[in-house]
Design a protein around this ligand. Sequence first.
Ligand SMILES: [Zn+2]
Ligand SMILES: [Zn+2]
Length: 316
Amino acid sequence: VQAVVVEKGAVRVVSDWPCPEPGPGEALVRMRLAGICATDLEIVRGYSPLQGVLGHEFVGEVASAPDPAWVGQRVVATINIGCGECAVCLGQGPEHCPRRKALGITRDGVFAEFVALPLDNLLLVPEGLPDEAAVFAEPLAAALRIREQLAVPPSTLVAVVGPGRLGLLVAQVLAVAGTSVVVLGRRPASLALPQALGLDTALVPAAPTAGFDFVVETTGNAAGLQEALRLVGPLGTVVLKSTYAGAAEVDLTPLVVNEITVVGSRCGPFAPALRLLAAGQVQVEPLIAAVYPLGEAVEALEHAARPDVRKVLLRP
Ligand SMILES: [Zn+2]
Ligand SMILES: [Zn+2]
């Protein structure tokens, strides 16, 4: 089958990748539409030692499954595959299983005509929700994770640093609760889309402090973390959503002096993400910059890495 493969840090499209063989309890899913996110770009740069198929954001159709009720259904899938046996898996779930595999990160992903996935990871896409919206379920779930981790009272001042593909989902998810959310960017051009989505925007303030109660860092670079620590006020909270290759060097003293809470935030709940999409409470389709055929994935990855480009999709 056609697949986008990372090998020894290089990415290419191959047409003779073996069709994945579903294990016990797994379905074979035909990919319909997949999304490129910052993590994919970082994997190509060496963030994870993946040797295999890239990609974890997608919507597909079940081609075969141990339970025939799934066959033909349109699905999205959570990306962490736990061992299913350890205390973590049996307690809170697979996200922090020490033996977990993550789709497209440490196990073959979805930038391929077919992907094998445990039935436990699949969620039905609500009828009437277009593929172009459903494909955002994974990043929207990741944005919602913040609201699982933290109570963000409606009266607080929230800044989202980075008007990119994830930042615009985070900002919308936090604004749904009536909270005052400002999307901060470095250039006016990068703020045009958030403004069109009805979000408050501002250029990153130059003042040494800004006094936000919550600052969410979504830029995907080490400078963004430094910026977030400058923007947060005393007793405030910084949420880190970015993963990147390489290490960040930051001055930790302001963290101590100002008693800042730093929260790492990764994968989130899919069911509420699908509900928000089905209810039209979060706008995602304006984020789509381009749709490429799977065979042109290398060009699509280059496109996704350009400034002010949000979501680039792949279609088989
Ligand atoms: Zn992603
Ligand atoms: Zn486990």
